[in-house]
Design a protein around this ligand. Sequence first.
Ligand SMILES: C[S@@+](CC[C@H](N)C(=O)[O-])C[C@H]1O[C@@H](n2cnc3c(N)ncnc32)[C@H](O)[C@@H]1O
Length: 265
Amino acid sequence: MSSHEYLLDNQARQAVDRFGALSALFDPVTFRHVDALGIGPGGRCWEVGAGGPSVPDGLADRVRPGGRVLATDLDTRWLDGRTGPSVEVARHDVVTDDPPDGGFDLVHARLVLLHLPAREEALRRMISALRPGGWLLVEDYDVSLQPLICPDAVTSDHRLANAVKAAFRQLLVDRGADTELGRKLPRLLREAGLTEVRADAYFPLAVPAVAVLEAANVRQVRDALVERGDVTAAEVDRYLELASTAEVDLATAPLVSAWGRRAPS
Ligand SMILES: C[S@@+](CC[C@H](N)C(=O)[O-])C[C@H]1O[C@@H](n2cnc3c(N)ncnc32)[C@H](O)[C@@H]1O
């Protein structure tokens, strides 16, 4: 998918809030898995669709001394000059560009594949960059497992929030996103030839950073949401207001983390 088709492109000023919120919500999950996979000093990592600097920098902390972290994205504006010195940043389309050389110990992509209609091709390219014995860690939502932004919907505002969220997800689907990708990841990894495939999932139920994420995402696509016709401008604005109040418990879909190993040669 080229940058103009990706719904939440990084040109928008909301991208920096999105990356901060994703980091607060999911970096502990990501690094719990990275650490369990044994990524440490001297390791070589490729962070695909990195978005902001937090994951590449966290990987760099783990692989020092002697390691290497390559952070790539379609649009590197939130990485350039923001990552630590031991992170190499490159513009790269994971669907169409040749995978980088490197024989990586870890290739990681979080919330990237679900947006890509050619996700299996991207997966193939990511796996080809692993050294024999190296690990792929892929993390994506499964929206259908838990589709509600407001699971404890007891007021009309809560129900409105769930309706706006449903409309937002429809926009993602219109652009080719697979909102049920999470559950499919173990199978896709096995079918792509990986061994020792495992997966688990996490979702926040009442964590303030969800509101920041929601505000960033929904503000960015407000006009497209209204144009689609499922919700009115007034409803979207009421939702944004609601998301900014501390009293509402907002959830995300479960983030499925799936990992597997390229067979040692
Ligand atoms: C939802 S953001 C997730 C960012 C980051 N991985 C995280 O979890 O915080 C998706 C990222 O994937 C990037 N992206 C989308 N399509 C891509 C492609 N074809 N190749 C590389 N990166 C892509 C976007 O530019 C964006 O930075």
